[in-house]
Design a protein around this ligand. Structure first.
Ligand SMILES: [Zn+2]
Length: 658
């Protein structure tokens, strides 16, 4: 996600130049004033439960525990220079005298330096956000103690005027070019919001509000230009649009419309500046405009546009939002991966030739979760499950603690370059690493955030009751009208499709339980019998003692075509892949035992072709899902039986078949 990626190779600079020429037709047009007029702010359909009220169980709990045992629990020791030795929010705040920073990235571009200055704030704070959330969800006392120490230390860096950030007094809020003012606060305050959700510690909320007020004072609404830059290619400035995450978080806690109004203002100023960014309103109002920008930026900005639409209720922003979603669909591969390696560069999704960045997976999933909460439209639940269960699991190593920075749905090699490409010597991202410092330590922190964000949104509530929005093993402990409510979702979903919902109340109480019906589910059985409404299964009753809802979903194997007309297969929410046997090579050891960079080459590569043969589920091996089919081996022109498994469990694999 870090923006210095922009500048890391000459090819990317070419794209940047293309965008520079493309932008001129999008300078402030006559409609832009109307687009940001506040018409009628919209209410969010659902509310989040308090962070920590939903606890993972089963495989999700294991993933959170593995995170803490692995790269999430140890990132500070794996890259001490970037985290422990740079107190960027404290005594090492940036001043005029700091001209450069060594972040360990391999680059041949000197202009990346302006971004390197703020990079460590993103690395530290995105990592901390994931760390705090994993610690809370795991209920791990050792990590919770460390999280509290961190929060206390950060609060102690806050100036009397509320400033929390990375600049000394001379530099702050005075920029006309690349800077990390809003972005360094966004990443930091997301973690503090999670800690406040868990602890309800008033000091933390006061601190977040003071830091936000400091922004509102120094960048006054409608009278300042936080997104003004003398050059259109910036990174930290435009990441800073995600300060809307903080404003929405505060709005949900305080119901103070000031925060939403300010989110609308930020999106307006961002849209009106000359910037090479996709999510600007005029570009998204234009249905012809194709996505070009840095993927992680483009996909995170989906949340900012959504926030602006809800803050205003303006139909022009609604149009822009739906156009944007359609364009993102065109950039989406079967796994839910959204292309950007690192640029989208006017391309459509391609299962072999366009990679996706781990950062983008977290950002787009969070965008869909935000839309699910706001609109209640269950299709965003399908989209979030698609990304998390397929692309995100499939870019996480199945046994070691490391991830790929970039990956493609069809992965035939993981040797640094894309599918074996060796032409770009600085391309190191297509491999597994617990840090990826040679590119940027952005994806690993985000890989630590994605499971907690998914878990946090598995259940939501409204004025009528609770809804299971994303399916999977978890337990909810909350209250309804002051009565204690415990809901256990007992399942191994998506590895099986039986779900028992155990609902236990301390005394009789009435509320609704709704369960999102996945779009792939044609038939299901449920006891007691159900009412279906808008693709939700609905129970309205007075609950007493313990009750059980027993749901059985019945997926079938679907043969689908991707945007390049290649075939792929799904079973329920799972995309299937043919796993390719690989030779593992350890390319780097870390001083900490058990952490390595790993590369993979195929033992012998056959790229199979679909020949209209059926795909069968292998009933003999029921504990893990396993499938088989007959495909054509174009090398020997023979039809061969091949195995297929959920792509989330694979390293090298073939997902689409010509
Ligand atoms: Zn990244």
């Amino acid at each position: 996600m870090s923006m210095g990626h922009f500048f890391k190779c000459k090819l990317l600079i070419l794209f940047a130049i293309t965008m520079l020429f493309a932008k001129n037709s999008y300078s402030q047009n006559s409609d832009s004033k109307d687009a940001f007029r506040k018409v009628k702010p919209l209410k969010e359909s659902w509310q989040s439960l308090r962070f920590s009220e939903i606890k993972p169980e089963g495989w999700l709990k294991k993933q959170v525990d593995d995170n803490l045992k692995g790269f999430v629990g140890h990132l500070d020791s794996l890259v001490p220079d970037l985290i422990l030795k740079d107190d960027i929010y404290g005594k090492d705040r940036l001043s005029k005298h700091v001209k450069s920073k060594d972040v360990g990235a391999i680059t041949d571009d000197a202009s990346a330096q302006s971004q390197f200055l703020w990079w460590n704030s993103e690395t530290q704070s995105n990592w901390r956000d994931g760390y705090i959330r994993n610690a809370i969800l795991a209920g791990n006392s050792n990590h919770l103690r460390k999280a509290k120490e961190y929060v206390d230390r950060i609060l102690s860096t806050q100036d009397k005027d509320g400033y929390l950030g990375i600049y000394d007094k001379e530099l702050r809020y005075t920029f006309d070019n690349e800077n990390g003012e809003l972005w360094s606060k966004t990443t930091l305050l997301r973690g503090l919001l999670a800690w406040y959700g868990y602890t309800r510690d008033k000091r933390v909320l006061t601190s977040i509000e003071a830091a936000t007020k400091d922004v509102l004072v120094h960048y006054p609404i409608n009278k300042s230009h936080p997104f003004y830059a003398i050059k259109p290619d910036v990174g930290g400035i435009t990441h800073g649009l995600m300060f809307t995450d903080i404003l929405e978080g505060l709005y949900r806690i305080t119901h103070d419309e000031t925060y939403r109004d300010y989110a609308l203002f930020l999106y307006k100023d961002f849209s009106n500046q000359l910037l090479n960014e996709d999510a600007q309103q005029p570009k998204q109002t234009d249905t012809i405009y194709n996505l070009k920008g840095h993927g992680a930026h483009t996909y995170e900005h989906l949340r900012a546009l959504t926030a602006a639409y809800y803050a205003s209720g303006n139909p022009m922003l609604k149009d822009a939002l739906f156009n944007f979603l359609h364009k993102i669909d065109q950039a989406t591969t079967p796994s839910g991966g959204v292309i950007g390696d690192e640029w989208i560069a006017d391309r459509r999704a391609d299962a072999t030739n366009a990679g996706y960045e781990y950062c983008s997976l977290q950002e787009v999933m969070d965008g869909y979760l935000n839309l699910l909460l706001k609109s209640g439209d269950p299709k965003y639940g399908d989209k979030a499950e698609r990304v998390f269960l397929n692309a995100a699991q499939g870019a996480r190593h199945p046994s070691a603690s490391c991830i790929t920075y970039l990956k493609t749905d069809n992965t035939y090699y993981l040797t640094g370059g894309k599918n074996g490409d060796t032409t770009q010597k600085t391309q190191t991202r297509y491999k597994y690493s617990p840090v990826h410092q040679d590119a940027a330590v952005c994806c690993v922190p985000n890989a630590g955030r994605i499971a907690p964000y998914y878990i946090q949104n598995m259940w939501m509530k409204n004025e009528k009751g609770f809804a299971a929005m994303l399916l999977g093993p978890c337990e909810v402990i909350t209250k309804w009208n002051d009565v204690e409510v415990k809901i256990r979702e007992i399942t191994n979903y998506p590895n099986n499709f039986n779900i028992d919902f155990e609902i236990e109340v301390a005394q009789p109480v009435s509320f609704e339980i709704m369960i999102r019906k996945p779009s792939w589910s044609k038939s299901l059985s449920v006891t007691p019998s159900l009412i279906e409404k808008d693709n939700y299964i609905v129970y309205q009753k007075t609950w007493k003692g313990k009750s059980v809802i027993r749901l059985q979903l019945n997926p079938d194997i679907k043969v689908l075509r991707d945007q390049n007309n290649e075939y792929y297969f799904m079973y329920g929410p799972l995309v299937l892949a043919h796993p390719i046997d690989a030779i593992e090579k350890v390319t780097k050891d870390f001083p900490l035992a058990g952490f390595h960079d790993l590369q993979y080459s195929p033992v012998s590569l056959v790229i199979y072709q679909y020949c209209n043969e059926k795909v069968f589920i292998n009933e003999t091996n029921k504990s893990d899902l396993h499938f088989k089919s007959i495909m054509l081996n174009p090398g020997n022109k023979r039809k061969e039986e091949i195995s297929l498994v959920p792509m989330g469990t694979t390293i090298l694999r073939q997902v689409t078949f010509k």
